[in-house]
Design a binder for this molecule. Structure first.
Ligand code: TYD
Ligand code: MG
Length: 446
């Protein structure tokens, strides 16, 4: 009989090696290797028949609404039958609450199996009571063994399966601990096969490690069809559900929620919300327009520039990329002669939003300049545009959608890239085209 092969696997990315390693050559994580049994027990499936592309029947009506508009939006328009959705996020951010609220809509499809590996049935019931969700179609299963879950699923034949959380589930066929790479991969794969075979949607809840990756393997992200991240400041009640991967819709689409006494509430007009507490006539604050997925969002960027009391000045970037902030500070220094060498610079995107788009460069630059000069930007003004290393402003995509959103919220004046400024219809906004940072700051502050 062949001996069971011992493999060492990185618990962060799944990299396997026959020897123990101190540092993972793949993801660079230190001390992440653990002993795992190697398995290759995938049962060969019946072979599939090849089909010519035009002969494939179009699938119709395969999307189902969760009756939570913002969740449907992040999913790309509803849940697709046979799709596997991973919802990740920090503990306590509201993953279980969201999925429980979504079940209310999903019970329209039929029975839902809610596998709870973390909370007791009483705890789930208490929460459901509080959220006003009571349905005999929601079947709770306090089970953590994969084999148990699959056997119950075959017995009651649910239309939707929810596993909260995938890290607690383990397969009896593997000796490694629940939460280890091989367990998570094995369980997720088996559950996925089941979901795909029967054409039922499967939701997996996953925890996130302190550096923001879904705990355990990145491999999980490859297995599933859709990855939704639940983000937000613990201190604030806003929550953003972001689609980082979606085989059935636009990636980076976001849904915005507010955590209230009665669970998560959808936010219909996030721009309005993000600007609701915007100070008037205060230096260091400016509005910019970002596109998240297909939706334009107005956000306030705040900067605070103060004299540094240490040898090395501090740069703090909240919601914007740290390296991008340093780059923009260097542009201000070299091209405009705004010396920030002895200054601490703090930049924050209000509302706990994270924006990775270069279109907000102008917002960051303008807020820093505004704080340094101690001059407020005229109320009703916004700016967007990518800033290049020589201080030039580059045009950006979807300028029209951005202008429309700004007009909807009553903004009057836009400082935008010159190449985006020459359209016929400007939605009633005074649009000023700029070619470089110097021009922009001239218009904003003089
Ligand atoms: P939960 O869904 O348990 O988080 P996760 O599953 O991501 O770990 O969310 C728990 C938090 O949400 C907890 O801090 C309490 C808060 N909460 C509310 O504020 N209102 C509510 O109606 C509910 C159910 C939870
Ligand atoms: Mg939970």
């Amino acid at each position: 009989m062949a001996r069971a092969k011992i493999l060492y696997q990185c618990q962060s990315c799944g990299y396997a090696s026959p020897k123990w390693l101190g540092k993972c050559p793949d993801c660079g994580e230190w001390n992440s290797f653990a002993e795992e049994e190697s398995v290759s027990k995938l049962v060969p499936q019946n072979r599939a028949d090849p089909v010519a592309l035009p002969d494939i029947a179009p699938s119709t009506g395969t999307r189902h609404s969760t009756e939570i508009k913002e969740l449907d939006r992040a999913l790309g328009g509803g849940v697709v039958l046979g799709s596997v959705v991973l919802i990740g996020g920090d503990p306590g951010i509201g993953k279980s609450t969201l999925i429980l609220q979504a079940l209310k809509g999903l019970t329209k499809m039929g029975k839902v199996l809610y596998v709870s590996g973390e909370e007791s049935p009483e705890q789930v019931k208490m929460r459901a009571d509080r959220l006003g969700i009571m349905s005999d179609k929601i079947i709770l299963l306090p089970e953590t063994s994969l084999e148990g879950i699959i056997s119950v699923a075959h017995e009651i034949n649910p239309q939707v399966i929810v596993v909260d959380s995938i890290q607690t589930i383990f397969s009896l066929e593997l000796s490694s601990a629940p939460g280890s790479v091989s367990q998570i991969r094995e369980c997720a794969t088996k559950l996925m096969f089941m979901a795909k075979k029967h054409g039922k949607p499967l939701f997996l809840i996953g925890h996130v490690t302190k550096d923001g990756a879904i705990a355990g393997p990145k491999v999980l992200e490859h297995i599933v069809d859709t990855v939704l991240y639940f983000e937000g400041d613990k201190g604030s009640s806003f929550r953003i559900l972001r689609a980082v991967k979606n085989r059935f819709g636009a990636a980076n689409e976001i849904g915005v929620f507010e955590m209230t006494e009665a669970g998560l509430k959808e936010v219909d007009n996030p721009s309005k919300l993000f600007l609701s507490e915007m100070p008037v006539n205060v230096p260091g604050s400016i509005v910019t327009v970002s596109i998240e997925g297909t939706r334009p969002l107005l956000v306030e960027i705040q900067a605070l520039v103060t004299t540094s009391s240490f040898g090395v000045p501090r740069r703090t970037a909240l919601g914007v990329d740290y390296n991008r902030l340093n780059l923009l500070i260097a542009v201000l220094d070299k091209r405009i002669g705004m010396h920030l060498g002895g200054m601490d610079v703090f930049v924050n995107v209000v509302g706990g939003l994270r924006i990775d788009e270069p279109a907000i460069d102008m917002g960051v630059i303008a807020s820093i300049a505004s704080s340094l000069k101690n001059r407020a930007v005229e109320t009703g003004t916004f700016t967007f545009g990518e800033v290049g290393l020589s201080g030039e402003i580059r045009g950006i995509n979807q300028a029209e959608a951005r202008l429309k959103e700004a007009a909807k919220l009553g903004f009057k004046k836009g400082i935008v890239p010159a190449s985006n400024a020459n359209r016929k219809d400007n939605e009633g906004i005074e649009v000023i085209g700029i070619k470089n940072v110097e021009e922009a700051l001239e218009i904003l502050f003089f």
